[in-house]
Design a protein around this ligand. Sequence first.
Ligand code: TXE
Length: 482
Amino acid sequence: MKISSFINGVYVDSKEQRNIKSPVTGELITPYSVATDAQVNEAVEAARAALNGPWGSMGIQERVDILYKVADGISARFDEFLEAECLDTGKPYSLARHIDIPRGAANFRIFADTIKNVADEAFHMPTPDGTGALNYTVRKPKGVIGVIGPWNLPLLLMTWKIGPALACGNTVIVKPSEETQLTMTMLGEVMNEAGVPPGVFNTVLGPGSRVGDKLISHPGLDAITFTGSTATGERVAEAASVGLRDASLELGGKNAAIVFADADIDKAIEGTVRSVFVNCGQVCLGTERVYVERPIFDEFVARLKAEAEKYKFGRPEDPETTMGPLISATHRDKVLSYYEKAVEAGATVVIGGGVPDMPAELAGGNWVEPTIWTGMAEDAIPMREEIFGPCCHITPFDTEEEAVRMANDSPYGLASAIWTENASRAHRVGAQMEVGISWVNSWFLRDLRTPFGGAKQSGIGREGGHYSLEFYTELTNVCIKL
Ligand code: TXE
């Protein structure tokens, strides 16, 4: 497959080619064409023309029917999307089959349903002459939206934004991460087959510092939605401030889990294993700090270690594989630098801490061992910064107040997980967490109608259900004197 930007319904090449490498072997997957500045401009112009054309004037039912066809198009090519996503990310098929690809399709269906069923407000008001007035809100597309996303869950996280943006009648220019561009490229074909008019969905491929920056600085965008690192999020906010464009920012995390001695320990272990290690730890909602009540601390550490030992590295398509590589050599070096910093900070390495021995054909991949530490001070660097690898630190605590204080003592505030069988404590502690998403006795349990986003440096704004509609639409209040 030719990997190039998708503008106004067609794939467009450019002279500058870069390579996409396999995270599993380090070998070349395919070259891709980097979008030129002129192509970014063309994508924005095409999106504006489509907004002012048939897409902008289309009735909701027709738009919704097209979005169902997009969802059906992803489902019909399920195996191709699965193969592409796993080739790009190195994640196991067993994971992407259950999470990434089904959610990619669901994001179009769910937001099509949401926009179809939304009810807007009306206010009757008294007037001095006694006739009264009626106010009602009209929901309009926000306009041309720039969508920028990361590499950890490419199809899932991009469609989480594209789905509601299109459902609300906007047009989009999508800049996938330069690490993972296959499924977004395939989506162009699906859009054409579903009857999405040219210019409604566009992609521009290339490095964030150039193509991404050109896009977010473009005055033709009406809003920007971004998922990625906090540092890049700050740059997006800066660019969006020019011309006072709206920005939705879903950023990093340093998420805590609190395990009370009254927890169902089997469930707590099962949930914590997933939240630390799934997708090789490359999940913004993943747990990197675990606080365990002292009476069960030793047992918890031993059991988490035993579970970490069970992970099997391998090729994505191998059904035995339960852990893939990190996305890139650069990211592997970053994660390994934290493995070193943890030791420097006096951590006890319970398991892992290095690079696994791999067979020769996989030795060029970005593999790191699942890693557990104890004994670090709360202010050590690996306890404060997002690592984004398969690792966590476990700290004992003695009181509920102490656990809540330590968990909340973070510059980030994305998600948390509380494990307890005490219902009062579940409500009390669950609500005290300074995060956007506070789970109790679960992790990654997602109802797509609920608000998703982060507090503190984990982001600005919420998406999901009607919260997405708030971001992707502009409201006009019509006030009619009766
Ligand atoms: O992220 P970036 P990177 C965290 C994680 C990871 C770190 C760095 O800790 O180690 O971020 O990863 C585009 N203008 N998360 O470097 O840079 C870029 O091309 C416009 C957490 O990959 O934020 C990509 O499409 N766009 C996170 C997207 O931004 C720019 C998931 C994200 O890349 C740009 C990923 C610019 N100036 C990483 N610079 C999460 N919250 O899930 C880059 N980009």
